[in-house]
Design a binder for this molecule. Sequence first.
Ligand SMILES: Nc1nc2c(ncn2[C@@H]2O[C@H](COP(=O)(O)OP(=O)(O)OP(=O)(O)O)[C@@H](O)[C@H]2O)c(=O)[nH]1
Length: 192
Amino acid sequence: MSADTSSMKRKVVIMGSPSVGKTSLTQQYVSPPTYNASYYPTIEDTAHKTVTHNGIQYECEIIDSAGLEEYSLFPGKYGLGVHGYMLVYAITSRQSFEMIPIIHDKILDYAGLEKVPCVVVGQKTDLDGERAVTTTEGEALAKKLNAGFIESSAKDNKNVVKAFDALLLEMQKEYNPAPEKKKSSWWSWGAK
Ligand SMILES: Nc1nc2c(ncn2[C@@H]2O[C@H](COP(=O)(O)OP(=O)(O)OP(=O)(O)O)[C@@H](O)[C@H]2O)c(=O)[nH]1
């Protein structure tokens, strides 16, 4: 029997406060090296990338959403048919960090789910001198949300691929977990 070489489709949404670097992360991932120091607020953009992770090929549709404020209504189109979320804050902005659990709650409420694959990303590590959120706080929040965690700099192209890999891993755990290793049974004892 030939191996299944078809790829899996994965739709992900990048969410977070305005100006945390969602567009910069997406662009740096899809067409590196790309970094633009100018700021143009996003309404919505979609990017595509085919990537192989843990031996599986994924066709990723990446939706770069508009920055959300605390009282923004959750855009319903991001609540259904989405496989995973990248929740981005800037390590220099406490406010953007505090938005992460709010956005996470909105996603779960809208989708009516108890868990959804997510990775929390602390962006702009090149500005470590202006840090307002510690790595430990970021890790603790991600753990509480049952999400992956990574800090990155789109500017320095640091941990950008790792951030998307972490999200692919969270989605893999949920939708196509690796089969458990075959346990030995009485008839296999002594088998060569
Ligand atoms: N120092 C630093 N600046 C960054 C980084 N990533 C993005 N920026 C800058 O931050 C500003 C906002 O970046 P965007 O990528 O547009 O942020 P966004 O989250 O997509 O913004 P919205 O469209 O408003 O939601 C721009 O001036 C970027 O150049 C980073 O890793 N380090």
